[in-house]
Design a protein around this ligand. Structure first.
Ligand SMILES: Nc1ncnc2c1ncn2[C@@H]1O[C@H](COP(=O)(O)OP(=O)(O)OP(=O)(O)O)[C@@H](O)[C@H]1O
Ligand SMILES: [Mg+2]
Length: 495
Protein backbone atom coordinates (compact mmCIF):
# COMPACT_ATOMS: atom_id res chain seq x y z
CA UNK A 1 0.00 0.00 0.00
CA UNK A 2 1.20 3.50 -0.67
CA UNK A 3 0.28 6.85 0.82
CA UNK A 4 -2.44 6.96 -1.82
CA UNK A 5 -4.19 4.00 -0.27
CA UNK A 6 -7.72 5.35 -0.49
CA UNK A 7 -7.51 5.89 -4.23
CA UNK A 8 -7.19 2.17 -4.78
CA UNK A 9 -10.46 0.35 -4.36
CA UNK A 10 -8.78 -2.86 -3.16
CA UNK A 11 -6.91 -1.00 -0.51
CA UNK A 12 -10.13 0.72 0.56
CA UNK A 13 -11.79 -2.59 1.13
CA UNK A 14 -8.87 -3.96 3.12
CA UNK A 15 -8.77 -0.90 5.27
CA UNK A 16 -12.50 -0.94 5.86
CA UNK A 17 -12.43 -4.58 6.79
CA UNK A 18 -9.86 -4.16 9.48
CA UNK A 19 -11.06 -0.94 11.05
CA UNK A 20 -13.68 -2.81 12.96
CA UNK A 21 -15.35 0.14 14.61
CA UNK A 22 -15.88 2.19 11.43
CA UNK A 23 -16.87 -0.98 9.66
CA UNK A 24 -19.52 -1.72 12.31
CA UNK A 25 -20.98 1.77 12.00
CA UNK A 26 -21.16 1.59 8.25
CA UNK A 27 -22.76 -1.85 8.47
CA UNK A 28 -25.39 -0.51 10.90
CA UNK A 29 -26.20 2.32 8.50
CA UNK A 30 -26.50 -0.10 5.57
CA UNK A 31 -28.81 -2.29 7.64
CA UNK A 32 -31.01 0.60 8.75
CA UNK A 33 -31.33 1.74 5.14
CA UNK A 34 -32.04 -1.74 3.76
CA UNK A 35 -34.70 -2.24 6.37
CA UNK A 36 -36.31 1.11 5.61
CA UNK A 37 -36.35 0.34 1.86
CA UNK A 38 -37.78 -3.10 2.46
CA UNK A 39 -40.50 -2.03 4.88
CA UNK A 40 -41.56 0.97 2.81
CA UNK A 41 -41.45 -1.11 -0.36
CA UNK A 42 -39.25 1.60 -1.86
CA UNK A 43 -37.03 1.16 -4.91
CA UNK A 44 -33.92 3.00 -3.88
CA UNK A 45 -32.59 4.62 -0.78
CA UNK A 46 -29.66 6.73 0.34
CA UNK A 47 -28.36 8.06 3.64
CA UNK A 48 -26.69 11.42 3.16
CA UNK A 49 -24.54 13.18 5.75
CA UNK A 50 -23.98 16.90 5.96
CA UNK A 51 -20.33 17.95 5.76
CA UNK A 52 -20.11 21.70 5.89
CA UNK A 53 -22.00 22.78 2.79
CA UNK A 54 -21.55 19.44 1.10
CA UNK A 55 -23.47 16.19 1.34
CA UNK A 56 -21.81 12.80 1.50
CA UNK A 57 -23.37 9.42 0.73
CA UNK A 58 -22.71 7.03 3.62
CA UNK A 59 -25.09 4.24 2.58
CA UNK A 60 -26.92 3.46 -0.65
CA UNK A 61 -29.45 0.81 -1.64
CA UNK A 62 -30.13 -0.25 -5.21
CA UNK A 63 -28.29 2.76 -6.53
CA UNK A 64 -24.62 3.43 -7.25
CA UNK A 65 -22.73 5.82 -5.00
CA UNK A 66 -22.22 8.19 -7.96
CA UNK A 67 -25.89 8.26 -8.94
CA UNK A 68 -26.75 8.66 -5.27
CA UNK A 69 -24.52 11.74 -5.10
CA UNK A 70 -26.05 13.33 -8.19
CA UNK A 71 -29.49 12.38 -7.05
CA UNK A 72 -28.86 14.30 -3.87
CA UNK A 73 -28.13 17.34 -6.05
CA UNK A 74 -30.98 16.84 -8.46
CA UNK A 75 -33.63 16.28 -5.91
CA UNK A 76 -32.29 19.30 -4.11
CA UNK A 77 -35.71 20.70 -3.66
CA UNK A 78 -36.44 17.65 -1.49
CA UNK A 79 -33.17 16.79 0.20
CA UNK A 80 -32.07 20.34 0.82
CA UNK A 81 -35.48 21.44 1.93
CA UNK A 82 -35.57 18.65 4.51
CA UNK A 83 -32.10 19.67 5.66
CA UNK A 84 -32.93 23.37 5.81
CA UNK A 85 -36.34 23.18 7.42
CA UNK A 86 -35.57 20.10 9.54
CA UNK A 87 -39.01 18.77 8.64
CA UNK A 88 -39.79 15.44 6.92
CA UNK A 89 -40.96 15.73 3.35
CA UNK A 90 -43.20 13.74 1.02
CA UNK A 91 -43.13 14.61 -2.70
CA UNK A 92 -45.24 13.13 -5.48
CA UNK A 93 -45.09 13.41 -9.26
CA UNK A 94 -41.57 14.73 -9.64
CA UNK A 95 -41.96 14.36 -13.41
CA UNK A 96 -44.58 17.02 -13.45
CA UNK A 97 -42.70 19.26 -11.07
CA UNK A 98 -41.51 22.40 -12.89
CA UNK A 99 -38.54 22.76 -10.46
CA UNK A 100 -36.66 19.94 -12.22
CA UNK A 101 -34.85 20.87 -15.42
CA UNK A 102 -34.39 18.73 -18.49
CA UNK A 103 -31.12 17.15 -17.39
CA UNK A 104 -32.63 16.26 -14.05
CA UNK A 105 -35.47 14.48 -15.70
CA UNK A 106 -33.13 11.81 -17.09
CA UNK A 107 -32.73 10.54 -13.57
CA UNK A 108 -36.03 11.75 -12.23
CA UNK A 109 -38.30 10.54 -15.01
CA UNK A 110 -39.06 7.24 -13.39
CA UNK A 111 -39.63 8.51 -9.88
CA UNK A 112 -43.18 8.84 -8.65
CA UNK A 113 -42.69 9.46 -4.99
CA UNK A 114 -39.89 10.66 -2.68
CA UNK A 115 -39.49 10.62 1.09
CA UNK A 116 -36.81 12.76 2.77
CA UNK A 117 -36.50 12.57 6.54
CA UNK A 118 -33.90 14.64 8.41
CA UNK A 119 -31.65 12.94 10.98
CA UNK A 120 -31.06 14.78 14.23
CA UNK A 121 -28.31 14.72 16.83
CA UNK A 122 -29.68 16.78 19.69
CA UNK A 123 -31.20 19.75 17.85
CA UNK A 124 -28.84 19.66 14.88
CA UNK A 125 -29.80 18.21 11.52
CA UNK A 126 -26.83 16.06 10.48
CA UNK A 127 -28.23 14.50 7.32
CA UNK A 128 -31.21 12.85 5.67
CA UNK A 129 -32.61 9.48 4.76
CA UNK A 130 -33.92 9.57 1.21
CA UNK A 131 -36.21 6.90 -0.27
CA UNK A 132 -37.86 6.86 -3.65
CA UNK A 133 -40.49 4.85 -5.44
CA UNK A 134 -40.26 4.46 -9.21
CA UNK A 135 -42.64 3.53 -12.01
CA UNK A 136 -46.21 3.99 -11.05
CA UNK A 137 -45.92 1.15 -8.62
CA UNK A 138 -46.90 2.97 -5.49
CA UNK A 139 -47.04 6.33 -3.83
CA UNK A 140 -45.69 6.80 -0.33
CA UNK A 141 -48.14 7.78 2.39
CA UNK A 142 -48.00 10.05 5.45
CA UNK A 143 -47.79 6.90 7.57
CA UNK A 144 -44.71 5.82 5.64
CA UNK A 145 -43.18 9.20 6.32
CA UNK A 146 -43.70 8.87 10.06
CA UNK A 147 -42.29 5.39 10.04
CA UNK A 148 -39.10 6.43 8.23
CA UNK A 149 -38.63 8.88 11.11
CA UNK A 150 -37.82 5.88 13.33
CA UNK A 151 -35.11 4.75 10.93
CA UNK A 152 -33.70 8.26 10.79
CA UNK A 153 -33.36 8.24 14.59
CA UNK A 154 -31.55 4.88 14.48
CA UNK A 155 -29.12 6.08 11.82
CA UNK A 156 -28.48 9.30 13.75
CA UNK A 157 -27.65 7.33 16.90
CA UNK A 158 -25.12 5.19 14.98
CA UNK A 159 -23.45 8.25 13.51
CA UNK A 160 -23.41 10.13 16.79
CA UNK A 161 -21.92 7.07 18.46
CA UNK A 162 -19.15 6.89 15.86
CA UNK A 163 -18.23 10.53 16.51
CA UNK A 164 -18.27 10.09 20.27
CA UNK A 165 -16.33 6.85 20.08
CA UNK A 166 -13.52 8.61 18.26
CA UNK A 167 -13.50 11.46 20.74
CA UNK A 168 -13.57 9.16 23.76
CA UNK A 169 -10.86 6.93 22.35
CA UNK A 170 -8.39 9.78 22.28
CA UNK A 171 -9.52 11.25 25.56
CA UNK A 172 -8.87 7.84 27.08
CA UNK A 173 -5.38 7.78 25.61
CA UNK A 174 -4.65 11.15 27.18
CA UNK A 175 -6.23 10.28 30.55
CA UNK A 176 -4.16 7.13 30.70
CA UNK A 177 -1.18 9.33 30.09
CA UNK A 178 -2.07 11.53 33.06
CA UNK A 179 -2.49 8.55 35.35
CA UNK A 180 0.89 7.25 34.32
CA UNK A 181 2.59 10.47 35.32
CA UNK A 182 2.60 9.07 38.83
CA UNK A 183 5.21 6.65 37.67
CA UNK A 184 8.70 6.80 39.21
CA UNK A 185 12.16 5.90 38.02
CA UNK A 186 12.85 4.05 41.29
CA UNK A 187 10.45 1.36 40.15
CA UNK A 188 13.26 -0.26 38.18
CA UNK A 189 14.91 -2.62 40.62
CA UNK A 190 18.44 -3.94 40.17
CA UNK A 191 21.98 -3.60 41.46
CA UNK A 192 23.80 -6.17 39.37
CA UNK A 193 26.55 -4.91 37.06
CA UNK A 194 24.32 -5.52 34.05
CA UNK A 195 21.57 -3.37 35.55
CA UNK A 196 24.06 -0.72 36.65
CA UNK A 197 25.07 -0.44 32.98
CA UNK A 198 21.41 -0.09 32.03
CA UNK A 199 20.92 2.70 34.59
CA UNK A 200 24.01 4.50 33.32
CA UNK A 201 22.65 4.43 29.78
CA UNK A 202 19.20 5.58 30.91
CA UNK A 203 20.75 8.55 32.69
CA UNK A 204 22.85 9.42 29.66
CA UNK A 205 19.89 9.58 27.27
CA UNK A 206 17.22 10.68 29.72
CA UNK A 207 17.41 14.42 29.17
CA UNK A 208 17.56 14.23 25.41
CA UNK A 209 15.12 13.50 22.61
CA UNK A 210 17.28 10.74 21.26
CA UNK A 211 15.60 7.76 19.59
CA UNK A 212 16.08 4.65 21.69
CA UNK A 213 15.72 0.97 20.84
CA UNK A 214 15.04 -1.35 23.78
CA UNK A 215 15.97 -4.97 23.31
CA UNK A 216 15.51 -7.86 25.68
CA UNK A 217 13.56 -11.04 26.28
CA UNK A 218 9.93 -10.98 27.26
CA UNK A 219 9.31 -9.57 30.72
CA UNK A 220 12.72 -7.97 31.20
CA UNK A 221 11.36 -4.46 31.75
CA UNK A 222 11.46 -2.83 28.32
CA UNK A 223 8.17 -1.01 28.82
CA UNK A 224 9.27 0.01 32.30
CA UNK A 225 12.40 1.63 30.86
CA UNK A 226 10.38 3.36 28.13
CA UNK A 227 8.23 4.92 30.90
CA UNK A 228 11.34 5.94 32.82
CA UNK A 229 12.81 7.63 29.77
CA UNK A 230 9.65 9.60 29.13
CA UNK A 231 8.63 10.61 32.65
CA UNK A 232 12.13 11.66 33.62
CA UNK A 233 12.84 13.44 30.37
CA UNK A 234 12.08 16.87 28.89
CA UNK A 235 8.75 15.66 27.47
CA UNK A 236 7.34 14.46 30.78
CA UNK A 237 4.39 16.88 30.68
CA UNK A 238 3.40 15.79 27.19
CA UNK A 239 1.63 12.56 26.16
CA UNK A 240 3.24 9.15 26.42
CA UNK A 241 1.51 6.94 23.90
CA UNK A 242 2.00 3.20 23.48
CA UNK A 243 1.18 1.11 20.45
CA UNK A 244 1.64 -2.64 20.32
CA UNK A 245 2.71 -3.45 16.76
CA UNK A 246 3.00 -7.25 16.90
CA UNK A 247 0.58 -9.39 14.90
CA UNK A 248 -1.70 -6.56 13.83
CA UNK A 249 -3.28 -6.38 10.38
CA UNK A 250 -1.37 -3.84 8.34
CA UNK A 251 -4.32 -1.61 7.46
CA UNK A 252 -5.49 -1.49 11.08
CA UNK A 253 -2.04 -0.59 12.39
CA UNK A 254 -1.66 2.00 9.66
CA UNK A 255 -4.93 3.64 10.58
CA UNK A 256 -4.05 3.52 14.30
CA UNK A 257 -0.64 5.11 13.75
CA UNK A 258 -1.41 7.64 11.06
CA UNK A 259 -5.20 8.10 11.25
CA UNK A 260 -7.50 8.44 8.26
CA UNK A 261 -9.65 10.97 6.48
CA UNK A 262 -13.36 10.37 6.39
CA UNK A 263 -14.41 8.83 3.14
CA UNK A 264 -10.96 7.34 2.56
CA UNK A 265 -12.55 3.89 2.64
CA UNK A 266 -16.12 2.67 2.96
CA UNK A 267 -16.14 2.45 6.72
CA UNK A 268 -14.35 5.74 7.35
CA UNK A 269 -17.35 7.89 8.19
CA UNK A 270 -15.49 10.29 10.42
CA UNK A 271 -11.96 11.72 10.45
CA UNK A 272 -9.71 9.76 12.72
CA UNK A 273 -6.61 11.13 14.37
CA UNK A 274 -3.61 8.83 14.30
CA UNK A 275 -1.61 8.12 17.44
CA UNK A 276 1.35 10.07 16.05
CA UNK A 277 -0.87 13.15 16.25
CA UNK A 278 -1.98 12.21 19.77
CA UNK A 279 1.66 11.83 20.80
CA UNK A 280 2.67 15.17 19.27
CA UNK A 281 5.12 16.91 21.57
CA UNK A 282 5.55 13.75 23.62
CA UNK A 283 6.89 10.24 23.27
CA UNK A 284 5.58 7.39 21.16
CA UNK A 285 6.50 3.92 22.41
CA UNK A 286 6.29 1.39 19.57
CA UNK A 287 6.25 -2.05 21.14
CA UNK A 288 7.21 -5.21 19.20
CA UNK A 289 8.60 -3.12 16.37
CA UNK A 290 10.23 -6.09 14.61
CA UNK A 291 6.83 -7.26 13.41
CA UNK A 292 5.80 -4.26 11.30
CA UNK A 293 5.22 -4.70 7.57
CA UNK A 294 7.42 -3.15 4.85
CA UNK A 295 4.74 -0.50 4.18
CA UNK A 296 4.62 0.63 7.79
CA UNK A 297 8.41 0.47 7.90
CA UNK A 298 8.68 2.95 5.05
CA UNK A 299 6.05 5.26 6.58
CA UNK A 300 7.87 5.16 9.89
CA UNK A 301 11.12 5.98 8.16
CA UNK A 302 9.43 9.05 6.74
CA UNK A 303 8.38 10.15 10.24
CA UNK A 304 11.93 9.71 11.48
CA UNK A 305 13.51 11.42 8.49
CA UNK A 306 11.12 14.25 7.79
CA UNK A 307 9.07 14.48 10.96
CA UNK A 308 5.94 14.17 8.82
CA UNK A 309 2.89 11.96 8.77
CA UNK A 310 0.01 11.65 6.35
CA UNK A 311 -3.41 10.31 7.30
CA UNK A 312 -4.72 7.46 5.17
CA UNK A 313 -6.70 9.13 2.40
CA UNK A 314 -5.13 12.55 2.88
CA UNK A 315 -3.16 14.34 0.24
CA UNK A 316 -1.54 16.69 2.75
CA UNK A 317 1.26 15.76 5.14
CA UNK A 318 1.53 17.28 8.56
CA UNK A 319 4.49 17.86 10.82
CA UNK A 320 4.69 16.01 14.10
CA UNK A 321 7.25 16.33 16.84
CA UNK A 322 7.46 12.95 18.49
CA UNK A 323 10.25 11.17 20.34
CA UNK A 324 10.29 7.53 19.33
CA UNK A 325 11.21 4.71 21.66
CA UNK A 326 10.80 1.24 20.25
CA UNK A 327 11.14 -2.22 21.72
CA UNK A 328 11.51 -5.78 20.56
CA UNK A 329 12.22 -9.15 22.08
CA UNK A 330 13.76 -10.29 18.82
CA UNK A 331 17.25 -9.41 17.69
CA UNK A 332 16.47 -6.59 15.26
CA UNK A 333 19.85 -6.83 13.55
CA UNK A 334 19.10 -10.48 12.76
CA UNK A 335 15.79 -9.34 11.22
CA UNK A 336 17.76 -6.89 9.06
CA UNK A 337 20.21 -9.60 8.02
CA UNK A 338 17.31 -11.88 7.15
CA UNK A 339 15.88 -9.15 4.91
CA UNK A 340 12.72 -8.70 7.00
CA UNK A 341 13.54 -5.28 8.39
CA UNK A 342 14.84 -2.22 6.53
CA UNK A 343 18.41 -1.47 7.37
CA UNK A 344 17.97 2.32 7.06
CA UNK A 345 15.07 2.20 9.51
CA UNK A 346 17.06 -0.01 11.86
CA UNK A 347 19.80 2.63 12.11
CA UNK A 348 17.25 5.40 12.63
CA UNK A 349 15.56 3.52 15.48
CA UNK A 350 18.78 2.30 16.98
CA UNK A 351 20.52 5.60 17.63
CA UNK A 352 21.07 4.24 21.12
CA UNK A 353 20.11 0.74 22.10
CA UNK A 354 19.59 -0.49 25.62
CA UNK A 355 19.63 -4.23 26.12
CA UNK A 356 17.73 -5.42 29.16
CA UNK A 357 19.38 -8.48 30.70
CA UNK A 358 17.42 -11.65 31.32
CA UNK A 359 16.95 -12.61 34.96
CA UNK A 360 19.39 -15.50 34.58
CA UNK A 361 22.06 -12.93 33.74
CA UNK A 362 21.42 -11.13 37.01
CA UNK A 363 20.38 -13.68 39.57
CA UNK A 364 21.94 -11.50 42.25
CA UNK A 365 18.98 -9.12 41.78
CA UNK A 366 16.38 -11.78 42.55
CA UNK A 367 16.27 -11.18 46.33
CA UNK A 368 15.91 -7.43 45.75
CA UNK A 369 13.08 -7.97 43.29
CA UNK A 370 11.39 -10.50 45.55
CA UNK A 371 11.41 -8.11 48.50
CA UNK A 372 10.19 -5.28 46.30
CA UNK A 373 7.25 -7.37 45.09
CA UNK A 374 6.46 -8.61 48.61
CA UNK A 375 6.08 -5.00 49.73
CA UNK A 376 4.05 -4.20 46.65
CA UNK A 377 1.61 -7.04 47.20
CA UNK A 378 1.01 -6.23 50.85
CA UNK A 379 -1.81 -3.87 50.06
CA UNK A 380 -3.05 -3.31 53.53
CA UNK A 381 -0.85 -1.01 55.57
CA UNK A 382 -1.52 -2.69 58.89
CA UNK A 383 -0.72 -6.12 57.47
CA UNK A 384 2.88 -7.23 58.02
CA UNK A 385 4.94 -7.65 54.85
CA UNK A 386 5.35 -11.37 54.16
CA UNK A 387 8.80 -12.90 53.98
CA UNK A 388 10.23 -15.79 52.02
CA UNK A 389 12.14 -18.55 53.77
CA UNK A 390 15.85 -18.98 52.83
CA UNK A 391 14.98 -22.22 51.01
CA UNK A 392 12.28 -20.40 49.03
CA UNK A 393 14.73 -17.66 48.08
CA UNK A 394 17.15 -20.30 46.88
CA UNK A 395 14.47 -22.00 44.82
CA UNK A 396 13.59 -18.62 43.30
CA UNK A 397 17.23 -17.92 42.48
CA UNK A 398 17.64 -21.35 40.90
CA UNK A 399 14.58 -21.35 38.73
CA UNK A 400 15.15 -20.51 35.06
CA UNK A 401 12.39 -17.85 34.67
CA UNK A 402 11.46 -18.08 30.99
CA UNK A 403 9.13 -15.11 31.53
CA UNK A 404 11.77 -13.15 33.44
CA UNK A 405 10.68 -10.41 35.89
CA UNK A 406 7.04 -10.64 34.85
CA UNK A 407 6.94 -14.32 35.77
CA UNK A 408 8.78 -13.70 39.03
CA UNK A 409 6.30 -10.96 39.86
CA UNK A 410 3.33 -13.23 39.13
CA UNK A 411 4.84 -16.00 41.22
CA UNK A 412 5.30 -13.70 44.20
CA UNK A 413 1.80 -12.29 43.86
CA UNK A 414 0.30 -15.77 43.69
CA UNK A 415 2.31 -17.10 46.63
CA UNK A 416 1.51 -14.02 48.74
CA UNK A 417 -2.14 -14.89 48.33
CA UNK A 418 -1.74 -18.65 48.70
CA UNK A 419 0.62 -18.79 51.69
CA UNK A 420 -1.19 -18.92 54.99
CA UNK A 421 1.30 -17.57 57.49
CA UNK A 422 3.71 -14.67 57.20
CA UNK A 423 6.39 -16.79 55.64
CA UNK A 424 6.25 -18.04 52.06
CA UNK A 425 7.55 -21.59 51.72
CA UNK A 426 8.77 -23.44 48.65
CA UNK A 427 5.45 -25.25 48.38
CA UNK A 428 3.63 -21.93 48.04
CA UNK A 429 5.60 -21.07 44.89
CA UNK A 430 4.25 -23.65 42.48
CA UNK A 431 7.29 -23.51 40.24
CA UNK A 432 8.88 -26.66 38.85
CA UNK A 433 12.09 -27.85 40.47
CA UNK A 434 15.14 -26.66 38.59
CA UNK A 435 16.42 -30.22 38.22
CA UNK A 436 13.05 -31.35 36.92
CA UNK A 437 13.10 -28.67 34.25
CA UNK A 438 16.62 -29.31 33.15
CA UNK A 439 16.18 -33.08 32.72
CA UNK A 440 19.56 -34.67 32.07
CA UNK A 441 21.18 -31.38 31.08
CA UNK A 442 23.15 -29.02 33.22
CA UNK A 443 21.04 -27.17 35.72
CA UNK A 444 21.12 -23.49 36.49
CA UNK A 445 22.81 -24.44 39.76
CA UNK A 446 25.60 -26.06 37.78
CA UNK A 447 26.08 -22.93 35.74
CA UNK A 448 25.88 -20.82 38.85
CA UNK A 449 28.66 -22.79 40.46
CA UNK A 450 30.76 -22.73 37.29
CA UNK A 451 30.38 -18.98 36.89
CA UNK A 452 31.21 -18.30 40.54
CA UNK A 453 34.27 -20.55 40.46
CA UNK A 454 35.53 -19.04 37.20
CA UNK A 455 35.09 -15.49 38.53
CA UNK A 456 36.82 -16.36 41.79
CA UNK A 457 39.72 -17.73 39.79
CA UNK A 458 39.86 -14.61 37.62
CA UNK A 459 39.87 -12.44 40.72
CA UNK A 460 42.64 -14.38 42.41
CA UNK A 461 40.15 -15.69 44.97
CA UNK A 462 39.22 -12.16 46.05
CA UNK A 463 35.63 -12.65 47.29
CA UNK A 464 34.71 -8.98 47.60
CA UNK A 465 35.70 -8.36 43.98
CA UNK A 466 33.98 -11.56 42.82
CA UNK A 467 30.73 -10.56 44.54
CA UNK A 468 30.94 -7.12 42.99
CA UNK A 469 31.46 -8.47 39.47
CA UNK A 470 28.66 -11.00 39.82
CA UNK A 471 26.26 -8.46 41.25
CA UNK A 472 25.66 -10.48 44.39
CA UNK A 473 26.23 -9.73 48.05
CA UNK A 474 29.30 -10.98 49.85
CA UNK A 475 26.96 -12.80 52.21
CA UNK A 476 25.33 -14.64 49.33
CA UNK A 477 28.76 -15.67 48.02
CA UNK A 478 29.83 -17.03 51.43
CA UNK A 479 26.53 -18.82 51.76
CA UNK A 480 26.98 -20.47 48.36
CA UNK A 481 30.60 -21.44 48.96
CA UNK A 482 29.57 -23.11 52.22
CA UNK A 483 26.68 -24.87 50.48
CA UNK A 484 28.97 -26.31 47.86
CA UNK A 485 31.29 -27.63 50.52
CA UNK A 486 28.49 -29.88 51.75
CA UNK A 487 28.82 -33.40 50.32
CA UNK A 488 25.15 -33.79 49.24
CA UNK A 489 25.49 -30.87 46.88
CA UNK A 490 28.06 -32.49 44.70
CA UNK A 491 25.30 -33.93 42.47
CA UNK A 492 24.72 -30.48 41.09
CA UNK A 493 28.20 -30.26 39.69
CA UNK A 494 28.66 -32.07 36.48
CA UNK A 495 31.62 -30.15 35.17
N1 LIG B 1 13.85 -4.14 36.86
C1 LIG B 1 12.58 -4.27 37.23
N2 LIG B 1 12.19 -3.88 38.44
C2 LIG B 1 10.92 -4.01 38.85
N3 LIG B 1 9.93 -4.51 38.11
C3 LIG B 1 10.26 -4.91 36.88
C4 LIG B 1 11.59 -4.81 36.37
N4 LIG B 1 11.60 -5.28 35.12
C5 LIG B 1 10.34 -5.66 34.84
N5 LIG B 1 9.52 -5.43 35.89
C6 LIG B 1 8.09 -5.73 35.96
O1 LIG B 1 7.86 -6.90 35.19
C7 LIG B 1 6.72 -6.76 34.37
C8 LIG B 1 7.11 -6.88 32.93
O2 LIG B 1 7.87 -5.74 32.53
P1 LIG B 1 7.70 -5.04 31.12
O3 LIG B 1 6.29 -5.07 30.70
O4 LIG B 1 8.38 -3.73 31.16
O5 LIG B 1 8.53 -6.09 30.26
P2 LIG B 1 8.77 -6.14 28.68
O6 LIG B 1 10.23 -6.32 28.49
O7 LIG B 1 8.12 -4.98 28.05
O8 LIG B 1 8.05 -7.50 28.32
P3 LIG B 1 7.37 -7.97 26.91
O9 LIG B 1 8.50 -8.17 25.96
O10 LIG B 1 6.73 -9.25 27.26
O11 LIG B 1 6.46 -6.89 26.50
C9 LIG B 1 6.12 -5.41 34.71
O12 LIG B 1 5.11 -5.59 35.69
C10 LIG B 1 7.27 -4.64 35.29
O13 LIG B 1 6.84 -3.69 36.22
MG1 LIG C 1 6.49 -4.94 26.67
Amino acid sequence: MSNNLPQSSNAKITAAKTDSHSEDTSRVLEKVLNLAVEMMNADSGVILLREGVELRTVAAHNISMDTAASLADLSSSGVHKALDTGAPLLIHDTRADPRYGEADSIIMHEITSIICVPMYVEDKVIGVIYLDSRKDRQRFTEDNLNFVGTFARMAAIAIDYAHNYNKLYFEKQLLQTDAEKLWRFEEIIGQSPRMVDVFKLIRRVMNSDITVLLEGESGTGKELVAHALHYNGPRRDKPFVVQFCGNLAEALLESELFGHKKGSFTGAIVDKKGLFEVADGGTFFLDEIADISPTIQSKLLRVLQEGEIRRVGDTQSQKVNVRIISATNKNLKDEVDAGRFREDLYYRLNVISIRLPALRERIGDIPLLVNHFLRKFTRNNDEPVKKVSPKTMEALANYQWPGNVRELLNTIERSTILSEGNVINVDDLFIPETEELAGGRKTLKDYEKEVVQKTLEDCGNNKTKTAEILGVSLRWLHYKLNEWKKPNNSKNTKS
